[in-house]
Ligand binder design. Structure first.
Ligand SMILES: CC(C)(COP(=O)(O)OP(=O)(O)OC[C@H]1O[C@@H](n2cnc3c(N)ncnc32)[C@H](O)[C@@H]1OP(=O)(O)O)[C@@H](O)C(=O)NCCC(=O)NCCS
Length: 161
């Protein structure tokens, strides 16, 4: 498995949109459009040349906002998303980032499991955040010491059980 950082010049960007199409019913972005923003950071996972997963984040000031992470259905539970999140965490440490943030659908047990496993905690619940089905979003956070990159201790601010 190989994790690579994407730029607008990376070959095979269409494959990332292919993974998004396979992973989401209605992907609401295109990777080329995302990469046109100076603050966007993207990575993808390939195995044997085939695109399996991708992650899109925004780096603004000392915060990284993870917007999207997805793995093609046939490649799930093989560590692709964890590899991508580990990469974004390494990036954050390298760039003295203070917090990583993300929103996830309350019902998304796999994704919440992924984020919790990496040290994220719940910060708040945004009622009816997703316009397609009115589902709540759970905002999750992971704080780093920008000087050392060490993960700062946190706790769940809201229960989503
Ligand atoms: C969530 C998602 C990205 C996980 O990708 P993945 O590559 O299968 O995840 P990994 O194999 O790296 O799993 C890492 C950890 O996440 C958790 N996890 C992943 N899938 C899970 C599942 N189906 N049920 C419970 N926990 C799960 C586990 O803790 C897992 O660790 P483990 O396998 O050692 O138990 C994938 O299911 C997906 O693409 N879903 C659709 C898109 C989406 O919802 N993205 C997130 C919101 S933006």
């Amino acid at each position: 498995m190989e994790v690579t950082r994407l730029s607008a010049e990376t070959a095979g960007l269409d494959e990332v949109d292919g993974v998004a199409l396979a992973a989401f019913e209605h992907p609401q972005f295109s990777i080329r459009e995302e990469l046109s923003r100076p603050w966007t950071r993207c990575w993808m996972v390939r195995r044997g040349g085939e695109a399996l997963a991708f992650l899109i984040a925004w780096h603004v000031a000392d915060e990284v906002h993870v917007l999207n992470v997805a793995t093609a259905p046939a490649a799930r539970r093989q560590g692709c998303a964890r590899a991508l999140m580990t990469e974004v965490l390494a990036y954050a440490r390298e760039h003295q980032v203070r917090i990583l943030l993300l929103e996830v659908r309350r019902s998304n047990v796999p994704a919440i499991g992924l984020y919790r496993g990496l040290g994220f905690h719940t910060l708040s619940v945004r009622k009816g955040y997703y316009s397609d089905n009115g589902e709540d979003a759970v905002e999750m956070i992971l704080a780093l010491d920008p000087a050392t990159g060490a993960m700062l201790p946190g706790r769940d601010e809201v229960s989503i059980a």
